[in-house]
Design a protein around this ligand. Sequence first.
Ligand SMILES: Cc1cc2nc3c(=O)[nH]c(=O)nc-3n(C[C@H](O)[C@H](O)[C@H](O)COP(=O)(O)O)c2cc1C
Ligand SMILES: [Mn+2]
Length: 482
Amino acid sequence: MSYRDLREFIAEVDALGALRRIDGADPRFEIGGITEVGAGLPDAPALLFDRIKGFARGFRVFTNATTNPQRAALALGIDPHLAPLDALKAWMEKRKTLKPHKPIEVKDAAFLENSMSGADVDLGKLPAPYWHRDDGGPYIGSGSIVIMRDPDGGWINASIYRIQVHSPTKVTVQFDHAGRHGAIIAEKYWRRGEPCPIAVVNGEDPALFIAGFEYLPAGQSEYNFAGAIKEAPIEVMAGPVTGLPLPARAEIILEGRLLPASVETLPEGPFGEFTGYYAADKRPCPVMEVMAVHHRHDPILLGSPPMKPPRFHFGLPFRAAGIWSNLESAGVSDVVGVWQHVAQLMTVVALKQRYDGHAKRAALIAAAHSYMGRLVVVVDDDVDPSNLADVMWAITTRCEPSEQIDIIRNAWSSALDPRIPAADKQRGITSHSKAIIDACRPFAWLDKFPPVSALSQEEARAIAEKWGEALKAAGSRNLSNR
Ligand SMILES: Cc1cc2nc3c(=O)[nH]c(=O)nc-3n(C[C@H](O)[C@H](O)[C@H](O)COP(=O)(O)O)c2cc1C
Ligand SMILES: [Mn+2]
């Protein structure tokens, strides 16, 4: 692991040829639009916006940081040249042996290069984009982490909650549900009649961005997890206003307090969601009073707006790595790959069938852990689960729908699910049904199934190695059967 902060990560992305610099874009819907179009390109390049319309030069926004497999691997310290499924497997393996590192305190912090506090605080100086057409306002936090200290245990939570700007000194912090660690911690302060000290960290180290998305148990700090990814502690310094440990090399930090919901809330949203819809209305949301803003010279905001699938914040489906290790720890053998498509909304497991019911056993475990995913598919080990075309080939040639599709009802979804009727959501219904598609050859006549005429993955790779150049010259864009 070499990069030490977001700037060094951007330099590594540039060295891979994956950075595009864009000058003169409007933060009102243009930065968001360019980000979405860019994320839809085959290489989904990372974008660094400067000379943003209406803002001082040097106040920059960086988007599509980790939206392709290569840069998601780079952020994790995994070889960015690995094939996507191999990179995800490497992450799944690395995750098992991660050694948490507590952050270390340093005496100097880059984020203190510039500060505004008290009456000088003006969030309007920072280029917070209006990301999508009908968003309720500008969002300074789309990929930022929120720092809070549990008043009982003293441990630090540092995960991602979106931050909408409402005035020069007020933002809202959106907890999706009451079980978010941030929501639980805030509630503890409020019960004591105190506001909750809070900091919003923008332009954080990408390892912190990834850690902020992990489901960690309460009591385990995302800081320590990010340190584990980096194999080195995160450097922190106590914030002058809150005393919270803040990443010393972060770009922009807001410090302040989260007011009890009984004192003030503001209507938050709507905000374009990762499903590609606005499925949740404006909701009353806790207000953060911003008491100080710190930033590095020429600060870089890390923006990660939700976008229409298949675009997603992370080019490697990290939650699929979690499902993969859950399958292993449940004792399901011979899993050769797990992947998620359509921005996590479809899960695919590939395995070598050993016994009747093996595929369904894996499918049920994968379905149980598929957040908002209506489709769970199991394929044989000759199918690459990360290749949607191959997965569809398996479904259309190995699955007899009348026998091999099951429906699980009342399963895990979310209020963000666009297909759950509003009236049902009002009654507290946030579950949906999941289709399990067994796209494996039927186990009972596995040996009798017509043999595959197409090249195996290994054969195709060997051909590509020997004849790839010739084919490229002939105008073929992509040789491997991805
Ligand atoms: C880019 C991005 C934006 C997110 N926005 C929110 C959000 O606004 N609210 C929320 O509750 N979770 C959001 N999440 C999901 C949480 O960060 C994630 O589930 C995390 O594990 C929650 O941490 P916690 O267990 O410490 O509460 C977002 C995730 C990402 C990657
Ligand atoms: Mn947490």
